[in-house]
Ligand binder design. Structure first.
Ligand code: DGY
Length: 321
């Protein structure tokens, strides 16, 4: 029998991550890559010392209360931890970590892609060419919004928000942002700080969401806040679906209040929202903000770094509780 800690990796991770994990731990893998239910997580917990889950495994208060005492650490393979009831896990004495930093660039790339695709009608164009229905061209055909010189509003100027602001500097957009705390001047990139989201929204031709999901940000973009945007604005969301009230978003996209939206995250995942799918002016991706080979390795290694620190008696650098 191995004397290594038993580690359950709940989803199929990058080959390099699984190889490193197998070298250092007694691993339980999930080669079929299926999603485990709360009851299955609880059942499995009595066989393992540590769990390395993704945001697809839900550690609700109920699941946390039923986890085996054997589980000492949950080392998430995600920066977002809204799938974990941190207070309930803390109450059980279970350490929880995440993987900040390493996915900021990849997620900023997807935010850039969504902003461009929404502004320049990329989804519509692709569908047209692909369907064989592209039968004519004229100067009034598929005219979109130019981003150069427009106002970009960032809600949540943390790691990803900042990476996105840096990445799109070449568009010469006027930067505005909301953050719980104003950034120091050397980090602000000449952006205009707004003390509330409401104050920010009137200054956004494009608004991009980069704040964590929490009870405070649930339905952040509701109909009242969407109405504060200038007519014809564009909404980008790479953070979490719960930040946007999708019924209000659909109304705004139908009425023309919003010219377009670019979404990588949805209230219901996987699956998305069939009502959004009926609209031409929304460009959607299936939650792939961090899905690059480089970032998947980096996320896996970061989660393993946290586990290694914990099992060698040190403080994991990304400990949340
Ligand atoms: C994250 O890390 O939070 C991404 O959304 C992928 O889970």
């Amino acid at each position: 029998m191995s004397d290594k800690p038993v580690l359950w990796i709940t989803r199929k991770l990058s080959p390099a991550t699984e190889a490193r994990a197998a070298r250092d731990y007694d691993v339980r893998l999930n080669p079929e890559d299926r999603v485990y239910s709360g009851d299955e997580i609880v059942a499995m917990s009595s066989e393992v010392d540590a769990i390395l889950p993704c945001h697809s495994e839900i550690f609700s208060a109920d699941v946390a209360s039923r986890l085996s005492d054997r589980v000492k650490i949950i080392a998430n393979h995600s920066v977002g931890v809204d799938h974990c009831d941190l207070a309930a896990l803390k109450a059980r004495g279970i350490v929880v970590t995440n993987t900040p930093d390493v996915l900021s660039q990849a997620t900023a790339e997807i935010a850039t892609l969504l902003m461009l695709a929404a502004a320049r009608r990329a989804g519509e164009g692709d569908r047209l060419v692909r369907s064989g229905q592209w039968t004519s061209w004229s100067p009034s055909f598929m005219v979109g919004t130019q981003l150069t010189g427009k106002r970009l509003g960032i809600v949540g100027m943390g790691r990803v928000g900042l990476a996105f602001a840096h990445m799109v500097k070449g568009f010469d957009m006027e930067l505005h942002y909301y953050n719980r705390r104003r950034l120091p001047p050397e980090k602000e990139m000449n952006g205009v700080y707004h003390e509330t989201v409401e104050q920010l929204l009137g200054h956004c031709d494009v608004v991009s969401l980069h704040c964590p999901a929490s009870p405070a940000t649930l339905n952040l973009m509701n109909s009242a806040r969407l109405s504060l945007l200038p007519d014809g604005a564009i909404l980008v969301n790479t953070a979490r679906g719960s930040l946007v009230n999708e019924a209000a978003l659909i109304d705004a996209l139908k009425s023309g209040k919003l010219a377009a939206a670019g979404l990588d995250v949805f209230q219901r995942e996987p699956g998305g929202n069939p009502e959004l799918s009926k609209l031409d002016n929304v460009f959607m991706l299936p939650h792939i903000g961090s899905a690059t080979r480089e970032t998947r390795d980096a996320m896996g290694f970061r989660a393993l770094d946290n586990l290694d620190a914990f099992f060698s008696g040190h403080e994991p650098s990304d400990r949340l509780v």
